[in-house]
Design a protein around this ligand. Sequence first.
Ligand code: PHE
Length: 347
Amino acid sequence: MSLQDKLEALKQETVAKIDAAQDLKALNQIRVETLGKKGPITEVLRGMKDLSAEERPKVGSFANEIRDELTAKIEEKKIELEKAELDRTLAAESIDITLPGKAVKQGVRHVLTQIMEEIEDIFIGMGYQVVEGSEVESDHYNFERMNLPKDHPARDMQDTFYISDEVLIRTHTSPVQARTMEKHDFSKGPLRMISPGKVFRRDTDDATHSHQFHQIEGLVVDKNITMADLKGTLEVMMKKMFGEDREIRLRPSYFPFTEPSVEVDVSCFKCGGAGCNVCKYTGWIEILGAGMVHPNVLRMSGIDPEVYSGFAFGLGPDRVAMLRYGVNDIRNFYQNDLRFLGQFKGE
Ligand code: PHE
């Protein structure tokens, strides 16, 4: 058989195989076997060295022609198979768009986070900065700088968890006051800050006590800050939080870091003052502690109490949430029961 005949036969045979190929894998196999380096066409071309000079170009161009034809044929078949494959996949994987979708479960921010952010917004609106402190504090900032020296009896009200004799987890957000005051540059304006965060005390947990709870500390220091500024500020805050009709009243109290100190009540948002279960039939709800910053506290932070004065207050977001939503056990906030937490959807 001449080389041409061999090539012609090879072509017929390959075309038949290509036509019969069922999938891309089989087709690729044919391509490798016939056109590849070890395939019969290459083999034929290799045998050309034995041909006469006049036959060689003829056979050569014939072989090239066949190779091109087969390449084109394979390419054509490839497109056909790819399309068939796609059609098969589309048919197999077709989706029924009439089925109802799966609802994406949307979480909510923790109710205490919501309350704290709401209060932060009120104060940001009044020009306060929000400063977050560290939950691990030194005895120095948590107590000494708050006018509670080592053997002060008022430390008993705030026993906590000690990491060492000098390091503890903070009992209140007040240490952030000292840390902010000592850095403040009064030539740039007054100091107005709030500090929200977690605090810890060695309390026995019950419906109204938790060893971990939250506070929002507020502090303003400038020249000529008076009790009137404190009262006005608290009134604005209470109206924003509990409704425009709210009133506040101040009762004398004691904190080592403020003098004078007050306990602040807000008129009951539920009954408006007539008396109900929320205000324990008094018309008033005890809501926070406050006072004028003690001169010692200012002095220890490098501020001259003869020139500057300030007020501070400490509010419990846990209590605010309990009052507002009628939650009767503080432990609910810390048990991560989604049936409880999921009720507070926020705005
Ligand atoms: N730090 C006080 C407490 O935890 C609350 C408070 C802050 C009272 C600021 C007055 C002024 O008891």
